[in-house]
Design a protein around this ligand. Structure first.
Ligand code: AMP
Ligand code: TRP
Length: 334
């Protein structure tokens, strides 16, 4: 028996990469296999807070759903759905927005990064993004939210909003969700610069391994990944001050399910010319079946659409009464 309820989501902005996979998606599957109740959402309303291609949005949404399934999220065990197909998310967001301070939103580092220098021109949706994320989570009373390290601050805000609501209305209506930042690779770094996060938006495609990259492309990217001239250290302490080496060892550890110490026991003292080919073999063995399954699924989108429709029905059944109850607590006419 478990009392955990898991919710997480990814934006259909572009192709998923190894950071998304190791930081989040792989853990989603672990939690599903532990028997937790899992809800996995494609957060399309979040994706339109930045410039996007309307002609591609629906297909990009299917592609993210296909990646979830290909990575092992099983629609028979977990609900997979699209955020915009569950109107309760937007409804709850408005209610929560009324109790979220602008000052707190202004401190969000993701907003600052995405808004860039000209904050005056940033859209209201981008600013309010974390409130919608809080609604995504609180609407299901999710207890745990498996995400990468970069989402910690947003999760803190979700907890804060839940607590504000509960205090203001004297209830225990919302559960404060815990971030679940798990696995060896909570923050996968760029292959070109070990001090920058691997990201969808980085200009150079060589900085990331995409889930759709084929074996040759993965090999090329790892071969060209930035390193330093020294050989690999014998212990993790020796990775200090060597961000690129630390990143590749972390990726190896996460993909192989070993600790970093174990990886360094095997490769300590060896050159990158030995380590990189081993990493290529491991990455290809791990990712090729996922890529193949994804391509397979995308060959017949009606199957994905059916899964998403069923997921939305289930999510709506859970979300609608929660929104209704929230209106009632806030004193609305019903
Ligand atoms: P996003 O690409 O922003 O939609 O992120 C989707 C999920 O992947 C979130 O849980 C992020 O925290 C996680 N994520 C994104 N980039 C990385 C990264 N470089 N390392 C680890 N997790 C990541
Ligand atoms: N903000 C998350 C990201 O950029 C995506 C997201 C939206 C999310 N709603 C969520 C993640 C709810 C977990 C739970 O990756």
């Amino acid at each position: 028996m478990t009392t955990k309820r898991i919710l997480s989501g990814m934006q259909p902005t572009s192709q998923l990469h190894l950071g998304n996979y190791l930081g989040a998606l792989k853990n989603w599957v672990t939690l599903q296999e532990e028997g937790s109740e899992c809800l996995y959402c494609v957060v399309d309303l979040h994706a339109v807070t930045v410039a996007y291609d309307a002609d591609r949005l629906a297909q990009a949404t299917r592609e993210i759903a296909a990646a979830y399934i290909a990575a092992g999220v099983d629609p028979a065990k977990s609900s997979i759905f699209v955020q915009s197909a569950v109107p309760g998310h937007s409804q709850l967001m408005w209610l929560l927005a009324t109790m979220t301070q602008m000052g707190k939103l202004e401190r969000m580092t993701q907003f600052k990064d995405k808004a860039g220098k000209d904050k005056e021109r940033a859209g209201l949706g981008l600013f309010a993004y974390p409130v919608l994320m809080a609604a995504d989570i609180l609407i299901y009373n999710a207890t745990h939210v498996p995400v990468g390290d970069d989402q910690k601050q947003h999760l803190e805000l979700s907890r804060d909003i839940a607590a504000t609501f509960n205090t203001r209305y004297g209830t225990e209506h919302f559960i404060q969700p815990d971030p679940y930042i798990m696995g060896a690779a909570t923050r996968v770094m760029s292959l070109r610069d070990g001090t920058q996060k691997m990201s969808k938006s980085a200009e150079s495609d060589m900085s990331r391994i995409n889930l759709i990259d084929d074996a040759d492309m993965i090999a090329k990217k790892i071969r060209k990944a930035k390193t330093d001239p020294a050989s690999l250290p014998e212990t993790t302490a020796g990775l200090e001050g060597r961000p690129e080496a630390a990143n590749l060892v972390t990726i190896y550890a996460a993909l192989s399910g070993q600790s970093k110490d174990a990886v360094l026991q095997a490769f300590g003292g060896k050159e990158f010319s030995v380590f990189k080919p081993a990493l290529v073999d491991l990455a290809v063995a791990h990712l090729a079946p996922i890529t193949a399954r994804m391509n397979d699924l995308l060959g017949d989108v009606s199957e994905i659409d059916n899964i998403l429709r069923r997921g939305a029905d289930k999510a709506n059944e859970m979300a609608a009464p929660m929104v209704d109850e929230t209106y009632k607590i806030m004193g609305f006419w019903r």
